[in-house]
Design a protein around this ligand. Structure first.
Ligand code: GLY
Length: 294
């Protein structure tokens, strides 16, 4: 964890606490915290999002609230700084849950979301133009070569998706997440983050869950909903998180980290990855940020 990341998280936690104390809904607090992290460029989301193998940033985000189980998400969205706000707009301005690709980008433009400035690339000698098929073939070969070394997962860890969970004064929980995906991604790859029940879940009768980690493994176990179901059955946040993270590791050699918050304010931050930069803030208003959690 860098000093800048720690300072950014502390500031997001302190802002979130202030908002909650004025009676703001958990949904707005989750969105505000994630916007700050997207803006920072310090994490794998928003301005700092990874690029896919064709050099394009395609981002995923989702948000959910636990009172009426409303949710919104975007996948493969391009050219904006705040995919989390696009996800909230999908939830609040449409009858849908998930918009994807260029249609999601146009939707964000329609609502005037801040556009990312195009980064200037160092000028390199131009390689001869490839046909789309030849371009895909080259990217696929690179992807498969790294896949065979088993290093895709390892290369992706430490490039953290951002997420947030919150409980408001009315007793509603919310969860959100935003990401630039993983390393060595084929164009069009979508991870767990925009998939409700995989990357996030929120239910006032269970709790709020937000995931980071290797998306393919999180999707295959539908981690967020599985943790939510354990919470609903009465298991604590710590035990629910530990049980499902263990399943991800034992059954499919996956890797994940999770924020879990129950409707009575108990929470857990757990990861099967070597590190997870995260923090929490309680009623006392003192942020705690660390790079590892037991
Ligand atoms: N967890 C983020 C991703 O795999 O895309």
């Amino acid at each position: 964890m860098t000093v800048a990341q720690a300072a950014c998280l502390e500031s997001a936690l302190a802002d979130g606490h202030r908002l909650l104390m004025t009676g703001a809904p958990a949904l707005s607090v989750v969105e505000a915290a994630i916007r700050l992290l997207e803006d920072s460029g310090l994490f794998n989301a928003g301005r700092g999002a990874n690029r896919q193998l064709d050099g394009v940033r395609r981002m995923d985000a989702s948000i959910m609230e636990g009172c009426r189980l409303r949710a919104g998400a975007v996948a493969s969205i391009e050219g904006i700084v705040h995919p989390i706000t696009a996800a909230r707009l999908v939830m609040e301005k449409t009858a849908h849950v998930l918009l994807v690709g260029q249609s999601a980008s146009r939707f964000a433009d329609y609502f005037g979301l801040v556009r990312a400035t195009r980064a200037k690339r160092a000028s390199r000698p131009r390689s001869p133009q490839l046909t789309p098929r030849a371009g895909l073939s080259r990217m696929l070969r690179l992807h498969q070569a790294i896949m065979r070394t088993g290093r895709i997962r390892a290369r992706s860890l430490g490039k953290e998706t951002v997420g947030s969970v919150a409980l408001d004064l009315a007793g509603t929980v919310a969860a959100g997440a935003s990401t630039g995906g993983v390393d060595v991604m084929l164009p069009g790859r979508v991870g767990d983050t925009p998939l409700i029940g995989c990357g996030v879940y929120a239910d006032n009768e269970a709790g709020a869950v937000s995931m980071t980690g290797w998306g393919e493994s999180i999707i295959r176990v539908a981690v967020a909903k599985e943790i939510s179901d354990l919470l609903a059955s009465g298991l604590s946040p710590v035990r629910s998180a530990n049980r499902v993270l263990r399943k991800v590791v034992d059954r499919i050699s996956g890797a994940a980290g999770v924020l879990v918050l129950s409707p009575d304010g108990r929470f857990a931050i757990r990861h099967s990855t070597p590190h997870m930069v995260a923090g929490s803030i309680g009623w006392d208003g003192r942020p705690v940020v660390r790079g590892r959690f037991a």
